[in-house]
Write a protein that binds this ligand. Structure first.
Ligand SMILES: Nc1ncnc2c1ncn2[C@@H]1O[C@H](COP(=O)(O)OP(=O)(O)OP(=O)(O)O)[C@@H](O)[C@H]1O
Ligand SMILES: [Mg+2]
Length: 337
């Protein structure tokens, strides 16, 4: 078990989130553990539906019903988030931990001006007057590259393009000076040039402020230049974790390798991109043992015998695969949780 490190801003341990559905519990997040050191970026990567957003919502106490956190701990600066009541959570949200949501249009209120929405958040958390809050809003809009911020301040969300709306979302999140920023697919809806601009912007602001970041994406390419560490998530579990350079140089889990094979490479011979056969398992009936087994090119019967642990290889790189040299969870460990 990893010991607590005082450099860590966030420590998540054994997080479990389930949705209680009429057809059975959907175990969307199972035994997820990771930590992020202050000022660092963790890239959380995985296919659609693997549990990235649900993990992020847990950190803010925002898992939508019928979902609930059923196990584990989330410590933010040493403080347990899972036991906070709604009022306490509200003071953490935005000011301490801010989130850029996956859907910028649905997260902005269409009938309120952009400036008003930024000010509202700032004044909820800081004891400052309207004029000062307006200055903060204009300054933030300017720093995320919105031209004529004094004028655009009065505009409504529909008057902005997708890229500009995403910038507004970032301005809103940053206006609270959060220590930890969760960016959930901040660029998925945008074309590649805007995508690069937004990522550069996040990186620059992060450096300037020493902000800690959890960057969520389904795209390994996006985290390559931004993340210090990467956690690969599959069907509700972290299957590999490590320093970005190590994962790129030497991916250990067959799923991570599959993700790399699905990324086009410049140079090299042109060949068909590989896809990972099969689909993500239904989260109601998770197989015992390795969850990736049904789609795994190297899997065999022994992979299904018992749960596989996130095994440490070198320099902190861990993977949940016995074929890569990992181990099964021993019965003693299972008994002690
Ligand atoms: N409101 C909900 N009700 C029931 N199940 C849900 C709900 N939200 C999420 N889930 C379940 O949790 C799983 C993980 O969802 P999540 O939104 O975290 O995926 P994701 O990794 O963020 O995917 P994407 O890349 O598409 O955003 C889903 O596959 C679904 O089974
Ligand atoms: Mg998501």
């Amino acid at each position: 078990m990893k010991t607590s490190d005082e450099n860590n801003i966030l420590e998540v341990g054994g997080l479990g989130v389930s949705f209680r559905m009429p057809e059975g519990d959907v175990n969307a997040v199972r035994g997820v553990s990771f930590s992020i050191a202050g000022g660092e970026t963790l890239g959380l990567v995985g296919e659609s539906g693997c549990g990235k957003s649900v993990t992020a919502f847990s950190l803010l106490g925002l898992v939508p019903p019928p979902g609930e956190i059923i196990s584990g701990s989330i410590r933010y600066r040493g403080r347990e988030i899972t036991s906070l009541v709604e009022d306490e959570l509200r003071s953490v949200r935005g000011r301490e931990i801010a989130m850029i949501f996956q859907e910028p249009m649905t997260s902005l209120n269409p009938v309120l001006s952009i400036g008003y929405q930024i000010i509202e958040g700032v004044r909820r958390h800081f004891d400052i007057g309207e004029k000062k809050a307006m200055d903060v809003a204009v300054e933030m809009l300017s720093s995320v590259g919105i031209p004529n911020p004094e004028k655009r301040y009065h505009s409504y969300p529909h008057e902005f393009s997708g890229g500009m709306r995403q910038r507004v979302m970032i301005a809103m999140a940053l206006s609270m000076s959060p220590s930890l920023l969760i960016a959930d697919e901040p660029t998925t809806a945008l074309d590649v040039t805007i995508q690069a601009q937004i990522l550069d912007l996040l990186l620059r602001i992060q450096k300037e402020r020493g902000m800690t970041m959890l960057l969520i994406t389904h795209d390994l390419g996006i985290v390559a230049n931004i993340a210090d560490h990467i956690a690969i998530m599959y069907a509700g579990e972290i299957v590999e974790y490590g320093r970005t350079a190590d994962i790129f140089r030497n991916p250990l889990h067959p799923y991570t390798r599959g993700l790399f094979d699905a990324v086009p490479k410049i140079g090299g011979k042109r060949k068909r991109l590989k896809t990972i056969p099969g689909t993500v398992p239904a989260l109601t009936g998770i197989p015992t043992g390795c969850v990736f087994h049904p789609r795994c090119p190297v899997g065999s019967a022994e992979c299904l015998e018992s749960p596989i642990e996130l095994f440490g290889f070198r320099r902190g790189q861990t993977a949940r695969c016995i074929k890569a040299g990992g181990r099964r969870v021993t019965s003693a460990k299972r008994a002690s949780g």
